[in-house]
Design a protein around this ligand. Structure first.
Ligand code: WTA
Length: 634
């Protein structure tokens, strides 16, 4: 939710850690740890020692070709080995690694040893399908154990995974798979959502016709609904059939620290979604360390990240971070309020969740039901709570703090991005908290708020949120577009500084207050969606000549889409057309693109060079001053 930072900066409440939190904390002195983190090379080199390396790195950071930084130079390592194999020879062998639960109350537990065997089987199966190191493998899967197995199997053999979120639809799917040039697709019959089964195979069948690089489609029987398999033998095969008889051992590929680990597409301010490329060792070190520090992960924790694996949150903090720390990670498939708004709290009580990481939009949604459901269930197992995706408004923060955490759990508001791979600005459990602020950069991270010359702005003044020093889990490039990587992120400020695309302020205590995006990227229920993608979806509908899209604030979702459309002559925006247009946009992009309002217009504000001035539309919509419109040609 866009918040009024002026009001926020007046937020006077400060919540200090309790004795119990201090006692349990992995890091007891926040300021001292930040101090330690200032020597980034030393700090991160030390953190890298917790992993099993096939060959130790020769150097921690190579800055010779900025902004193409290299971390843990010439180190050899494997992700799946560190996330799974490593635990097999320890006490964790028979500990539950993945606890899968769905909205129907079904559960499935997989121990580290079971996970190890299944990952190996599937890794062997992928090899049999001709998948080699560096090949791209895409998934279009619901939250299920097979998704985790698939991703780990890819990393075990050095294949690069590229997950397509199952809430995206045909248009978005095709674009992502084709850009990744994926060889294999793993999908499922369907997914459970609000008492229904959503047919994923149908979407994938339709999309795949436009994806020429896909050689084989692997289908997971997840919901058990009847589906049609392709006639072409060999092209489509069931997951179960594929792994049957495969050996449960598979050698981990020795990967260079800098070898690509995965691709994940995310929206930018212009054009198509960008393929954010992460590499192996730095990502491991960054995600595991930040999770351990910010959430105080210990043996015996039951970690629950409610975010979908289809987004970076799920990659870093449902899958990799927790498994790298040998934690039990809970995978939930379903809606937060189905069969009733107590669904999540029931799970917390039943399984004894200790750390819960979720999104402000979900909190705002559940807040509407008051404290009835949080009272029915015993939530005393919870020790730390956290949020991500957008600024958390103080009301939602307080609701979470009082009703879920019972005033005993610190709220870890984590600011980060697909590109950063790991939490960047976030408190530690011992940090004095202010509702609505992500507090300060984590140890080992150098964040600031600056003006266009790169100078720090004084407290209370708005500016661009930047990262001044490299960090291990930073993305390495945009897939097949190095120029865009440099131009989009590293050029705005002199001196090779990373610009995040967010506006922020710092208060007099140095706490960050993130205000929102400075570009044309929307945050709908925490999901990142580019205005230009939505506009393309509109324009691909025959009756639409031109479209412009802005975000409209929404009390639950933070933002929803408001579209201005110019229609072909003879068309009028009546109920039927609104319905058809909504359906079309949903078909192209999926349910993430939540439409708030469509408005028919005769013209759109543009610059002389023909660029749509969305800021003018935004200002007019909010009844604000439109500012400098000297370039406006309407
Ligand atoms: C926003 C999600 C305020 C921000 C991990 C950022 C936040 C974008 C927060 C990245 C937060 C994320 N407070 N804003 N705690 N966390 N954002 O790539 O605008 O889906 O640039 O990554 O989300 O979204 P992405």
């Amino acid at each position: 939710m866009k918040q009024d930072t002026d009001v926020l900066l007046d937020e006077k409440r400060v919540f200090k850690p309790s004795e119990e939190i201090l006692k349990l904390a992995n890091i007891k002195d926040w300021e001292a740890e930040i101090e330690k983190g200032k020597d980034i090379e030393k700090y991160w080199a030390e953190k890298a020692e917790q992993f099993v390396w096939f060959k130790k790195p020769e150097k921690t950071l190579d800055e010779s070709n900025k902004p193409f930084y290299k971390w843990f130079v010439n180190g050899k390592i494997n992700m799946a080995y560190n996330a799974v194999d490593r635990w097999i020879d320890t006490d964790k062998r028979n500990q539950v690694a993945i606890l899968y639960v769905n909205e129907r109350g079904h559960e499935k537990k997989m121990t580290y040893y079971e996970l190890y065997r299944e990952v190996n089987k599937f890794a062997n199966a992928l090899k049999n399908l001709g998948v080699k190191k560096g090949d791209r493998v895409s998934t279009y899967l619901p939250m299920c154990t097979e998704l985790i197995v698939t991703l780990l199997a890819c990393t075990k053999i050095g294949a690069v995974h590229s997950v397509v979120y199952s809430g995206l639809s045909v248009g978005a799917f095709v674009e992502r798979i084709n850009d990744a040039e994926a060889k294999i697709l793993i999908t499922a019959d369907g997914t459970f959502r609000r008492g229904k089964i959503i047919d994923l195979k149908k979407v994938s069948d339709e999309a795949i016709l436009q994806c020429p690089t896909i050689e084989t489609v692997v289908v997971v029987k997840h919901t058990g609904i009847p589906i049609e398999m392709s006639e072409l033998s060999g092209r489509e095969i069931f997951y179960e059939t594929l792994i049957e008889g495969e050996p449960a051992e598979c050698e981990a590929e020795e990967m260079d620290a800098e070898d690509p680990l995965f691709l994940l597409f995310t929206s930018g301010s212009t054009g198509k979604p960008k393929g954010v490329l992460h590499s192996t060792a730095g990502y491991m070190v960054g995600t595991a360390t930040t999770l351990k520090n910010a959430f105080n992960i210990h043996d015996g924790d039951l970690w629950w990240c409610t975010g979908d694996i289809g987004w970076i949150t799920g990659h870093s903090y449902l899958l990799y971070g927790p498994l790298l720390l040998g934690t039990t990670t809970l995978v939930y498939e379903g809606a937060p309020d189905y069969p009733d708004p107590g669904a999540w709290w029931k799970i917390v009580e039943k399984y004894g969740v200790t750390k819960l990481y979720t999104a402000p939009t979900a909190i705002r949604h559940l807040m509407r039901f008051g404290n009835k459901y949080t009272k029915i269930y015993n939530l005393s197992s919870l020790k730390v709570l956290g949020t991500v995706g957008e600024p958390i408004n103080p009301e939602a923060w307080m609701w979470l703090y009082e009703n879920v955490g019972k005033e005993n759990c610190p709220i870890i508001d984590t600011w980060w991005q697909t590109e950063t791979g790991m939490f960047m600005i976030a408190p530690l459990p011992v940090t004095p908290l202010k509702p609505g602020s992500a507090t300060k950069a984590l140890p080992g991270v150098d964040a600031d708020v600056v003006d266009e010359n790169g100078n720090s702005v004084p407290p209370g003044k708005g500016g661009m949120l930047v990262i001044k020093k490299p960090w291990p889990s930073m993305f390495r490039t945009l897939y097949k577009d190095e120029k865009k990587y440099v131009d989009n992120y590293w050029k705005d400020i002199p001196g090779c500084v990373y610009t995040a695309g967010d506006i922020a302020r710092k208060d007099k205590d140095g706490y960050f207050w993130i205000q929102g995006r400075s570009d044309d990227v929307l945050k709908i229920a925490g999901h990142r969606i580019g205005t230009s993608e939505v506009e393309s979806a509109f324009v691909s509908y025959p009756a639409v000549v031109e479209a412009a899209v802005i975000g409209k604030s929404d009390p639950i979702k933070g933002e929803v889409i408001k579209a201005f459309v110019i229609l072909k002559e003879g068309y009028e925006l009546k109920t039927k057309l609104i319905e058809d247009l909504s359906k079309h946009v949903r078909y192209e992009l999926g349910p993430v693109a939540v439409l708030g309002q469509i408005k028919q217009v005769d013209s759109l504000p543009k610059t002389r060079s023909g660029k749509i001035l969305r800021r003018v539309l935004r200002a007019r919509d909010r009844g604000e001053d439109v500012g400098d419109i000297s370039t406006l040609e309407e």
